[in-house]
Design a protein. Sequence first.
Length: 293
Amino acid sequence: MASKTVIMEASSKDVWDPANTNSKQPPEWFIGELKELDGTARAVFEKYSGLSPDAVIPHIVEVRNRAFDIFPYPCIGLFRFLDLAIRKSPNYPEVLQRLKDGQSYLDIGCCFGQDIRKLVADGAPSENTYGSDLRMDFMELGYDLFLDRETLKTKFIAGDIFDPDSPIKQLDGKIDIINASSFLHLFSWDQQVKASKVLVSLLKPQAGGLIIGRQMGDVEAKECPVRSRPEITRFRHNGESFKRMWKLVGDETGTDWQVDVRLTDTDLTRLIGTPVDWLPAGARAMSFTIRRL
Ligand SMILES: C[S@@+](CC[C@H](N)C(=O)[O-])C[C@H]1O[C@@H](n2cnc3c(N)ncnc32)[C@H](O)[C@@H]1O
């Protein structure tokens, strides 16, 4: 299954490969300086992490730079992780309440685990929360970023979602809510179907299971070749294709899902606020709610 890891990581290396000493320039879209910080994120770093106001931005930039050296994901290079995207989900109040009521939560492809920190900062107990990522080093950097190694009870599990022997299997049938943010869009249609079936198996086998997230969408659903390795594709969904995929996942797992998909009218480059030449013209921010019936 190591090949799956290579497949999903092929995209950014055409512009910047931290492992290649001949290629030490960050890509053009990389945002080096963090000029301002949204009030919600600032509150987490000051109140939850206990940083002084002046220390917040230098601290974030220092940890972010270490993460970008590990792998140059756009969500890291563009500071997108500071959105704390889960709070923008229409399901956020429900998710927070369900966690307070003792339900279990998994952030899949969590990277730093910033959405977990937002929930915990807002009063969710961390005991029933899990984060999982291919790379333990990103989750370790999450402790450095939020300064909560001694207090956070979240269990972080490193594993490849496509690995049939992944340690994530220990959560099979145990999770009430999954957050899959900027995750499924890393993969082709076939891989997304496989990954979605794993998500189904991680949820408790009962009505009410919830999968939420945001990712890159497109007005036109299509497989998009990765620039450096055109033999590899990532499927960009619109609302219709995402629902169609979940109908297939439901049929193949014997489950039923109510799927709600939201695509922004504004193109993604404008939302990100910096020119990103690898974004297709029709790219949109997409968010979704998938609820087991
Ligand atoms: C683009 S980042 C998104 C991080 C975070 N969820 C967010 O919204 O900011 C995708 C994350 O998925 C992880 N990932 C990629 N392929 C994976 C796989 N096959 N299994 C588990 N995690 C994977 C990466 O290591 C990375 O941290």
